[in-house]
Design a protein around this ligand. Structure first.
Ligand SMILES: [Zn+2]
Length: 203
């Protein structure tokens, strides 16, 4: 991309070259219609210069888009937050293990031993990392671009609110804290505030 301005100058000198041809209109005496041909050539050069410029602009647009998309990719939850683990309770309606009532399960449960490391599924900022009665020790990550992830029932929290994390960073350990019947990780993926099926976010 460092070469782009050079190309631009070449295009400009092409245009100047076209103008220089005007000096030779006196050649009309020798070859009738030559100046007409030359002005036609000038038009072609102009057209070409505009076309090249247009292509450079669209090329830059594509480049910007690729850079932006690459940045976005880093922020989309896309790895399993825990290594292995039996998928116990899936996303969707299920009988609540506490009272047997049908309720929508907004996340995915990984049955894993207490102390299993939890990794950030994408780049982001820790939005909350604290204890509450139902969620137990829990972490919420804001990944920007509309994505959030939630990790409940932990035994240990390794991050602080406001901390930046990268995909694969250790953020905590699984446990059985809060409203939980057995050691597991409850994992949620939200897009624009709506719970998504985390299964769609493992690549
Ligand atoms: Zn759950």
């Amino acid at each position: 991309y460092a070469n782009l301005p050079e190309i631009d100058q070449d295009v400009r000198s092409l245009g100047i070259g076209g103008l220089r041809l005007e000096k030779y209109t006196s050649q009309d005496y020798i070859i009738p219609g030559l100046s007409k041909k030359i002005s036609g050539l000038e038009l072609d050069v102009d057209h070409l210069a505009r076309k090249v410029k247009l292509e450079l602009v669209s090329f830059e647009t594509i480049y910007d888009k690729v850079v932006k998309d690459t940045e976005k990719m880093k922020h989309i939850p896309s790895i399993r937050p825990v290594p292995g683990g039996y998928l116990n309770s899936r996303f969707g309606y299920r009988k609540d293990p506490f009272d047997g009532v049908q309720r929508f399960h907004k996340g995915l449960d990984f049955s894993v031993f207490t102390g299993t490391p939890i990794y950030a599924p994408a780049d982001g900022v820790i939005q909350s990392a604290r204890y509450s009665g139902k969620r137990g020790k829990h972490i919420k990550i804001n990944h920007e671009f509309g994505y959030n992830t939630l990790f409940l029932h932990l035994s240990k929290i390794n991050v602080k609110r406001g901390q930046k994390v990268k995909r694969g960073d250790l953020i905590g350990q699984t446990g059985n804290s809060g409203r939980s019947t057995a050691p597991h990780l409850h994992y949620e993926v939200h897009y624009n505030g709506v719970a998504q099926n985390p299964m769609d976010y493992f690549f």
